[in-house]
Design a protein. Structure first.
Length: 311
């Protein structure tokens, strides 16, 4: 089992067979995670450094746990994004990693393209754990895994990505992946949060009315408003956003069919999702987190060269 890429920098670089291989391998790791002993020695002697220049809860814990379940040696490094100058930090990083002789690097950075820069300078395999507003490939893979697990297939399914499309790396990675795997994709939200070129550049539907989007889709992937990335006023207030684009149980119950609710986290309850919808039977948000572990194990395993999985 081999991927066509040496690094996972973005879904954009993958071919559909890579995505299929990762999802199938993740299915096997999910099975491993149900066993009484959840650890396999597949990445023994592989050294991985987790470089987090930006805050993270789920992604970081998920990667660390995935590495431990695969018996890798891990080193963690975090830096507050605001305290370091971007160019200098990346060059320092390169030199530090080179001297530590690590095999793989998992990297999150607030600058789009930071992991691509690293990949050009060091021999280690790089996994992008989120770069600025560009991509968050393992999130899209775990979202796809969760859709496939719930609906049996991705091809032909209608997925609406709702909210702050403009500043979301989750949106971009999901669009690339879902289109490559044959899903129908819609982006929905206020016009100020959806770039004008979406339809032409990505061949997706664009919808500004929330009810229309929810009536159309099988799955709604709801995004957080990325306030930390907005330097201008793009909507009047969070309260008004909730009135026009917030999803609650009453709205879900009024639709003509039962749809699935997803969210990459962190949820801003009462803004894009009300608690009665986030915690409803239709929500698979916690399954997404659970699946993230198996998907990240699959990515680490495949990029390490795909050695024996079970012994
Ligand atoms: N956790 C996701 C990310 O890192 C989504 C979010 O922050 O809203 O991009």
């Amino acid at each position: 089992m081999q991927l066509s890429v040496k690094h996972l920098l973005g879904i954009r670089d993958l071919i559909p067979q890579d995505i299929q291989t990762i999802l199938d391998t993740a299915t096997q790791f999910k099975e491993v995670l149900q066993r009484p002993i959840k650890k396999v020695p597949s990445l023994r002697d592989v050294t991985i450094v987790n470089l987090f220049f930006e805050n993270s809860t789920r992604t970081r814990i998920s990667f660390e746990l995935a590495e431990k379940r695969l018996s890798a040696d891990t080193v963690n490094f975090s830096a507050s994004a605001s305290s370091v100058a971007k160019g200098e930090t990346l060059l320092d990083t390169v030199n530090n990693i080179l001297s530590m002789k690590v095999d793989m690097v998992v990297m999150r950075h607030s600058a789009s393209g930071a992991p691509h820069f690293l990949a050009q300078h060091i021999p280690a395999a790089i996994i992008n754990a989120g770069d600025g507003i560009n991509e968050h490939p393992t999130q899209a893979l775990l979202d796809a895994f969760s859709i496939r697990e719930k609906l049996g297939n991705i091809a032909g399914k209608k997925i609406a990505i709702i909210g702050d499309i403009m500043h979301s790396r989750v949106a971009l990675s999901n669009i690339y992946l879902l289109k490559k795997m044959g899903a129908e994709v819609m982006v929905a939200g206020p016009p100020t949060l959806i770039p004008k070129y979406m339809k032409e550049a990505f061949d997706v539907r664009v919808e500004y009315n929330l009810r229309n989007a929810l009536e159309w889709c099988d799955v709604a992937n709801v995004l957080r408003i990325q306030l930390e990335r907005q330097n201008q006023v793009l909507f009047s207030s969070l309260r008004e956003y909730n009135l026009a684009y917030g999803i609650n149980k009453k709205l879900l119950d009024s639709l003509s069919k039962e749809i699935i609710i997803m969210h990459p986290g962190p949820i801003n309850r009462g803004v894009e999702l009300d608690s009665d919808a986030a915690d409803s039977k239709q929500s698979i948000i916690l399954q997404q987190v659970e699946n993230g572990l198996a998907v990240r194990m699959a990515v680490l395993y495949l990029l390490s060269g795909g050695r024996e999985m079970n012994n």
